[in-house]
Design a protein around this ligand. Structure first.
Ligand SMILES: [Zn+2]
Ligand SMILES: [Zn+2]
Length: 287
């Protein structure tokens, strides 16, 4: 059992409409799972383009998605992924992509997940009208390697008539046509062109999803030292150390991590080597 595939040959169903199997399945090979897909209309849980607002937090949305697939295919093990792209909470000028990949195992009563974060996802937007040159924008958006969405400028996504918003645009001719149609329908006479951030339209996003899936695989194959359940890994961080010079207690100082089990209460603390914080981070020594 230790070191072997924890899910040797067992079937898992990946809930996806946007072809994530090719991104996620190779990364999960070390788990031994045999992955099939369920065509789940995940748009009902909210869409990237904003016509349907997302209501659930990322983690719950992924669990809900996985469960829809499991139910559809009568499978006790489900997989789902969920991503958010937006301004970085710490550095608002940077666009941050956070991807979560999750495994639900109803046989063992486990939910295991991992995330990956990246600032390199292509996400560009411009407002234009027919005949206006947009070569610099297309370069920034890496078109046609990354696909585009076009909609009328000055309209809320929910108010755009069905069929007018064009998604997944991958060639110049379709792009020019969409800009003509959307500009004509826009109250300002302009079209809004932006990166289509759905996974199958964004190769840079796919890379981040693959990384989250690799981390999930690494976690699934680590077992709890106490009960043997898959999914042993980091469940929290330890913080708080004294300043190396003046002994002031610094709450934010990183002291180590807490490893935990997904099934039983067993935990283990892993402390960093250092016993004191760098005075450069001390509010008394370096205010
Ligand atoms: Zn100090
Ligand atoms: Zn355990």
């Amino acid at each position: 059992m230790p070191g072997g595939y924890p899910y040797d040959g067992q079937r898992a169903v990946l809930a996806t409409r946007h072809g994530k199997l090719a991104v996620i399945a190779p990364a999960l090979e070390p788990t031994g799972l045999r992955i099939t897909t369920a065509d789940v209309d995940t748009d009902a849980l909210g869409t990237f383009a904003g016509e349907i607002p997302r209501t659930l937090p990322m983690h719950e949305a992924a669990v809900a998605k996985a469960r829809i697939g499991m139910e559809q295919q009568g499978c006790a093990i489900g997989l789902a992924s969920e991503g958010t792209i937006g301004p970085d909470p710490m550095i608002p000028l940077l666009i941050c992509d956070t991807e979560l990949v999750l495994l639900v195992d109803d046989d063992q009563g486990l939910v295991i997940w991992e995330t990956a974060r990246d600032h390199g996802v292509r996400a560009a937007v411009t407002v234009t009208r027919p005949g206006q040159p947009i070569a610099a924008f297309l370069d920034e958006a890496d078109f046609p390697g990354h696909r585009l969405i076009v909609r009328p400028e000055g309209m809320e996504p929910a108010d755009v008539p069905a069929g007018l918003m064009r998604k997944g645009i991958a060639d110049q001719q379709a792009l020019a046509q969409a800009i003509r149609d959307c500009s004509a329908a826009s109250p300002t006479g302009h079209a809004r062109v932006e990166s289509d951030l759905r996974a199958h339209c964004s190769p840079t996003r796919q890379q981040v999803i693959a990384r989250a899936a690799q981390r999930l695989a690494a976690r699934v194959i680590s077992r709890c030292p106490d009960c043997g359940a898959p999914g042993w890994g980091r469940v929290g961080t330890l913080s708080g150390l004294p300043c190396a010079w003046c002994d002031t207690w610094i709450d934010s100082a990183h002291r180590g991590v807490i490893l935990g089990c997904t099934r039983c209460p067993f935990q283990r603390e892993v402390h960093e080597q250092r016993a004191a914080e760098d005075p450069a981070r001390c509010p008394s020594c370096n205010p």
